[in-house]
Design a protein around this ligand. Structure first.
Ligand code: RAT
Ligand code: ZN
Length: 466
């Protein structure tokens, strides 16, 4: 656990920190502040330094959010070594499934017709519909505008050809470094599925380690759709059967252990439906209890549970067709209480589940709430969730992840996070000052470091990998 407490007390801020603009108008790298960050992380109390005035509090918060590089703990991005799986550029940005959902609301084209088009035809159509015929004021459309603006590209109706030319001229590795710097993040966590037919052969051949991309062993095909995927496990040389009977459970343990050795994941993860229950005598419940949890314990890996998705309520729109449902979080309570040697990273998709998640986090220090997931990642809801988390948990949570699928999305998603969270943090410091405890800029830096770096570093045991 990197020499920090279970809940990630401020630890090392090992990476050099660039300074980023806090607004969404495009971050610009200005200076390196590693030493400042290190001393901030080590400063124990607010009586060490000059107390901030009310006006200074806000700029100090902005300064810390801008200068401390964040860790993005859940994305669908891939390191450049994954080739075609690594998505970037304007056509990918425009055909993001968040935008496809919005496109079908403003177009009469049938999904069936849309899926016959090429990627660039789909992108043209989405651009015309959502950016020319309508103002791009939704969160996801505004994000594309913010990305173009960050690269000093035009953002008006006729911007698409120039954007295409710009992205075509980039080489992935250097472009990626620029994007991470603009987004103010030092590393990202991928989502890696050993049963994905496109991804599996790449791992088998051997993908080069990339020190800014950490792997995650994703379990959805095992825990949620076993019946469609047990044969793929057999094909990889493990003796499992359709009912997960006999040796199956120990073979799944062997499968997970082998894959953990290969991937070196920072955690295992599964997205779960709103109907998720634990304990449960179902095949999934048994695989979770007898295969996944023991391997996580043995390898000291947290398990990330993303709860509340209702898959494919509208299959016609494919990836955009998933929805949300309120879950019964007793399952989280049962897991945290009955498996104290396991650690759980949990994000919930329903707004109605957010408060309960905070309450359970107060009960169990093997539970780390993280992120404002998917339909929760809108400023108004991020604000509400973050306020209640700070009020109930102080700095012992991970406020956000990007869930980016296309590289450049981290620019706008993290820009939005900084913009939304700055006033919330500042207000909490103002209240603290009014209540009698002055705040220094070192306090602010320590707290921002804990929220956006050290909680993640501690939970994922992030050390340079060889
Ligand atoms: O936010 C998304 O892109 C969703 O489609 C899901 O991928 C979700 O984040 C997940 O990880 O299952
Ligand atoms: Zn995701």
């Amino acid at each position: 656990m990197s020499g920090s407490g279970l809940l990630g007390q401020p630890g090392t801020a090992a990476h050099g920190s660039a300074r980023y603009n806090c607004t969404n108008s495009g971050a610009r790298v200005r200076s390196v502040t590693t030493d400042l960050l290190k001393s901030a992380a080590q400063t124990p109390a607010s009586n060490n330094g000059v107390l901030l005035t009310r006006a200074q509090i806000f700029s100090s918060v902005q300064e810390s959010l801008a200068s401390i590089p964040f860790i993005d703990i859940h994305t669908h991005l891939f390191a450049p070594g994954f080739g075609k799986l690594s998505l970037w550029g304007i056509d990918e940005l425009l055909t993001y499934h968040y935008l496809e959902a919005e496109f079908f609301r403003s177009s009469t084209m049938s999904p069936e017709h849309y899926w016959t088009l090429s990627k660039s035809e789909q992108a043209d159509l989405i651009w015309r519909t959502l950016f020319v015929e309508n103002s791009p004021i939704s969160e996801a459309t505004r994000g594309v505008v913010a990305v173009l603006h960050a690269f000093n590209l035009p953002t008006d109706h006729s911007a698409l050809p120039e954007a295409r030319a710009f992205f075509k001229n980039q080489s992935l590795e250097s472009h990626m470094q620029r994007v991470l710097q603009l987004a103010g993040i030092s590393s990202v966590v991928m989502t890696n599925d050993p049963l994905d037919p496109d991804e599996f052969p790449l791992w088998q051949k051997g993908v080069a380690n990339h020190n800014q991309f950490h792997a995650v062993l994703r379990l959805d095909r095992i825990l949620c759709t076993w019946h469609d995927h047990w044969q793929a496990i057999v094909a990889q040389g493990y003796s499992v059967d359709a009912q997960a009977s006999g040796k199956s459970v120990s073979e799944v343990r062997r499968f997970l252990t082998d894959w953990a050795k290969r991937m070196q994941p920072v955690y295992m993860a599964c997205s779960l439906p709103d109907t998720f229950e634990f304990p449960s005598d179902t095949l999934n419940g048994l695989l979770l209890r007898d295969a996944v949890l023991p391997v996580c314990r043995e390898l000291n890996l947290p398990l990330s549970l993303m709860i509340g998705v209702r898959k494919q309520v509208n299959p016609r729109i494919r990836l955009a067709g998933d929805a949300v449902g309120r879950a019964n979080l007793r399952s989280v309570e049962n897991l945290c209480r009955d498996f104290p040697s396991n650690r759980f990273l949990v994000s919930v998709l329903s707004r109605e589940n957010q408060h309960e998640l905070c309450v359970f986090s107060r009960k169990f220090n093997n539970l780390m709430p993280f992120g404002c997931w998917w339909f929760m990642n809108n400023a108004s809801i991020v604000e509400e969730i973050t306020r209640e988390r700070i009020e109930m948990l102080g700095t012992s949570f991970i406020p956000q992840h990007s869930d980016a699928r296309v590289l450049e999305q981290v620019i706008y998603k993290w820009g939005n996070t900084r913009r939304t969270i700055a006033p919330i943090l500042a207000e909490n410091y103002r209240l603290l000052s009014e209540d009698g405890r002055g705040v220094t800029s070192a306090d602010v830096q320590r707290d921002v470091t804990r929220l956006f770096r050290s909680n993640a570093e501690a939970w994922m045991d992030l050390r340079p990998r060889t």
